[in-house]
Design a protein around this ligand. Structure first.
Ligand SMILES: NC(=O)C1=CN([C@@H]2O[C@H](COP(=O)(O)OP(=O)(O)OC[C@H]3O[C@@H](n4cnc5c(N)ncnc54)[C@H](O)[C@@H]3O)[C@@H](O)[C@H]2O)C=CC1
Ligand SMILES: O=C([O-])CC(=O)C(=O)O
Length: 327
């Protein structure tokens, strides 16, 4: 039996939490032979704590063989104690008519507090995924609030955008999602993101050539992927939850268990690649191996792509300036 991995999940009684925890406990994130201890954080309010107790009762009722322990708490110092992995989900979601960056000042403080707690008590090798919006800038805040942890261990979720793009491409080209490789979504998890299939392949050939429709790329595909979150809020009255939880599972699974040479997209602190200034939390194409990610290097950036990549960068820099006083 492997040693259990401690997984901290914030916002555990929320919508995404409800779609996420059961899949982690069943082994879908870290493997069917990997026991986990769930360390769940919720707000120190009776309603949130009662809801968390209910979720924990349901987890108990599943009798998951891999669930080696559970902690429910309102204290970040307890939730992140010795945590190997943290999914920072707990934050206010947007409603109709809002942009994710409208949440910035409302949610930013959560990530200074939690970054500091991670710095104080978590495993020195903790892997952090920020889901709470605006995810890139919140991940940047958490990273800067945890100076003793390697900045590379803080990441933001672009995987939902990557998965959305995959499905739209598969529908357009009439191919299986599983056959598409080498896709990337550059930049911010916001409508400025740049889903880029110039390098994508299907059955060994170019997906871009197969689709052969640049007007569709610019006028339909890019805006559709960028505004998908808003379309779901419009339709459901609530922001995406099951698909967001699914993307979080995909992100962490690939980071920990590897991508076998395949590309995926992660929001990571830039190392200066592709002209993105160091530390900006930006969506890059990566491969993962042995618990580490590497940026795919050497991709040609044409003029249109440069403009798109700079636009989403400018938004991230603006968001970063807006929270500078907190850091
Ligand atoms: N990056 C991405 O692709 C996506 C991000 N999101 C974001 O994820 C976040 C959560 O979404 P939902 O689960 O739908 O929201 P929700 O409102 O259903 O749940 C959030 C939960 O977090 C808790 N919470 C709030 N502040 C907290 C804190 N400081 N510590 C611990 N718990 C706290 C709340 O009590 C609530 O139970 C939102 O910010 C949403 O915008 C949602 C979908 C996709
Ligand atoms: O759009 C939202 O506010 C929720 C989210 O991040 C998404 O679904 O991509």
């Amino acid at each position: 039996m492997k040693t259990p991995v401690r997984v901290a999940v914030t916002g555990a009684a929320g919508q995404i939490g409800y779609s996420l925890l059961f899949r982690i406990a069943s082994g879908e994130m870290l493997g069917k032979d990997q026991p986990v201890i769930l360390q769940m954080l919720e707000l120190p309010m009776e309603k949130a704590q009662a809801a968390l107790r209910g979720v924990m009762m349901e987890l108990e009722d599943c009798a998951f063989p891999l669930l080696a322990g559970m902690v429910g708490t309102d204290d970040p110092m307890v939730a992140f104690k010795d945590a190997d992995i943290a999914l920072l989900v707990g934050a206010m979601p947007r409603g109709p008519g809002m942009e994710r960056k409208d949440l910035l000042l409302k949610n930013a403080e959560i990530f200074t507090v939690q970054g500091k707690a991670i710095n104080a008590v978590a495993s020195r090798d903790i892997k952090v995924l920020v889901v709470g919006n605006p995810a890139n800038t919140n991940a940047y805040i958490a990273m800067k609030s945890a100076p003793d942890i390697n900045p590379r261990n803080f990441t933001a979720m672009l995987r939902l955008d990557h998965n959305r793009a995959l499905s739209q491409l598969a529908i357009k080209a009439g191919v299986d999602v599983a056959g598409i490789e080498k896709l990337v979504v550059w930049g911010n998890h916001s409508p400025t993101m740049y889903p880029d299939y110039r390098f994508a392949t299907v059955a060994g050939g170019s997906l871009k050539d197969k689709i052969g429709d640049e007007a569709w790329n610019r006028e339909t595909f890019i805006p559709k992927v960028g505004k998908r979150g808003a379309a779901i809020i419009e339709a459901r009255g609530l922001s995406s939850a099951a698909s967001a939880a699914n993307a979080a599972i995909d992100h962490v699974r690939d980071w920990v268990l590897g991508t076998n040479g395949k590309w995926t997209t992660m929001g990571i602190p830039s190392d200066g690649s592709y002209g993105i200034p160091k530390d900006v939390m930006y969506g890059f194409p990566v491969t993962c191996k042995d618990g580490k990610y590497e940026i795919v290097q050497g991709l040609a950036i044409d003029d249109y792509s440069r403009t798109m990549m700079d636009k989403t960068l400018a938004e991230l820099e603006e968001e970063r300036a807006g929270v500078a006083h907190l850091l």
